[in-house]
Design a protein around this ligand. Structure first.
Ligand SMILES: NC(=O)c1ccc[n+]([C@@H]2O[C@H](COP(=O)([O-])OP(=O)(O)OC[C@H]3O[C@@H](n4cnc5c(N)ncnc54)[C@H](O)[C@@H]3O)[C@@H](O)[C@H]2O)c1
Ligand SMILES: CC(C)[C@H](C(=O)O)[C@@H](O)C(=O)O
Ligand SMILES: [Mg+2]
Length: 357
């Protein structure tokens, strides 16, 4: 098959982990006889420096015309002055809104080898296999903002339609997994959460084969650590989803491991690891590339319909972790390149053993 993939490396470790993901995609293309055309474009802080705009018009046009967008990360201290008028993160938020990718899928699995490293009790982590579905284009991130010298506001707004579509996506995904959805809100305090809860409840009637429960976000933050294996699909609003998924990264072992796919009703999907630009380790070749590589697998599955190729990459990542190859965030000493090379080697071995069989 032919596919156009827009690559937006961004800032900090973004270019390092994106290069790793692209090499795995090139490998999948070569192996499967596919023609993937990659083109790189600016976003975030480096786009502010080069074009005065964190989402240059050219980047947006190419992304809209692509089959999929692969993104590294944006932001960093250089562009973080609280008084700055333009921020790298605005480019990413605009891109998500422009692509209409309202459902952000963030799977969290705990690899057995890494469970042993966790400060949490091992038995609690056994079998953890979560899928967060984070609403991505609404809520406080996109509401009106005001600021005077002493007062600031960020409006949180949700419409029924915005909640319905992300809830439907979560229920549909639950059908392919454990058939359980936990909807997370703050309905004891927030009006937006009451609308959220009523709407999710109504959508649940369309999916009688999927069990629904509601949790308040504060207790969910605790439950995620005390009984993570009890959950399947967790659907929540933008801000809560951002926070809970970084928390869930502690279950998996590192923020550097977690991938994401952002999907809407249009054809273009956006794929990015959930971590940021990690300014503290940028440029040193030590970033964990696995979250970006697993995001590339999600790209193959969700945008290109190449489920087997995606599963092969996920299995290769598992084998690399099984073999004890890990980057510094996981207590190992492999660099970004070594970890990437190990994934490519595991893919090779698998292909060779399949051929031999
Ligand atoms: N999607 C995105 O582009 C995105 C996501 C989150 C944060 N950000 C931005 O990134 C900047 C830095 O934010 P932050 O420091 O709060 O969060 P961060 O995710 O960049 O880093 C948090 C911690 O996790 C570590 N880490 C993150 N990714 C890693 C990886 N792949 N391998 C090894 N260690 C990794 C970092 O070294 C750091 O110690 C901010 O400007 C923020 O807005 C961007
Ligand atoms: C950089 C920021 C806008 C972004 C978000 O909050 O969505 C990031 O934290 C993420 O999780 O992708
Ligand atoms: Mg985040």
């Amino acid at each position: 098959m032919k596919a156009r993939i827009a690559v937006l490396p961004g800032d900090g470790i973004g270019p390092e982990v994106t290069a790793a993901a692209v090499s795995v995609l090139r490998d999948a293309a070569a192996r499967g006889g596919h023609e993937f055309e990659f083109s790189e474009h600016a976003i975030g802080g480096c786009a502010i420096d080069a074009h005065g705009d964190p989402l240059p018009a050219e980047t947006l046009i190419v992304c809209k015309q692509a089959d999929a967008v692969l993104l590294g990360a944006v932001g960093g201290p250089r562009w973080s002055d609280p008084k700055a008028k333009v921020r790298p993160e605005q480019g990413l938020l605009r891109l998500r809104a422009e692509l209409g990718v309202y459902a952000n899928l963030r799977p969290v699995r705990v690899h057995p080898k890494l469970a042993a490293l966790s400060p949490l009790k091992n038995e609690r982590l056994t079998g953890v296999d979560l899928l967060f579905v984070r609403e991505l284009t609404g809520g406080a991130y996109f509401g009106a903002k005001t600021r005077t010298a002493d007062v600031a506001t960020d409006e949180t707004k949700y419409t029924t339609q915005e909640v319905e579509r992300v809830a439907r996506r979560a229920f549909a995904l639950a059908r392919g997994r454990g058939r359980r959805v936990t909807s997370v809100d703050k309905a004891n305090v927030l009006e937006t959460s009451r609308l959220w809860r009523e709407t999710v409840q109504r959508v649940a009637h369309e999916f009688p084969d999927v069990a629904l429960e509601h949790q308040l976000v504060d207790s969910m933050a605790m439950l995620l650590l005390t009984r993570p294996a009890a959950y399947d699909v967790i659907v929540t609003e933008n801000l809560f989803g951002d926070i809970l998924t970084d928390e869930a990264a502690a279950l998996a072992g590192s923020l550097g491991l977690l991938p994401s796919a952002s999907l809407g009703d249009g054809k273009v999907g956006l794929y990015e690891p959930i971590h940021g630009s990690a300014p503290d380790i940028a440029g040193r070749g030590v970033a964990n590339p696995l979250g970006a590589i697993l995001s590339a697998a999600m790209l193959l599955r969700h945008s290109l319909g190449l489920a087997d190729e995606a599963a092969a990459i996920e299995a290769a990542v598992d084998r690399v972790l099984d073999a004890g190859v890990s980057t510094r965030d996981l207590g190992g000493d492999a660099g970004t390149r070594e970890a990437t090379a190990a994934v490519l080697a595991a893919l090779n071995e698998r292909a060779a053993s399949k051929e031999a069989a």
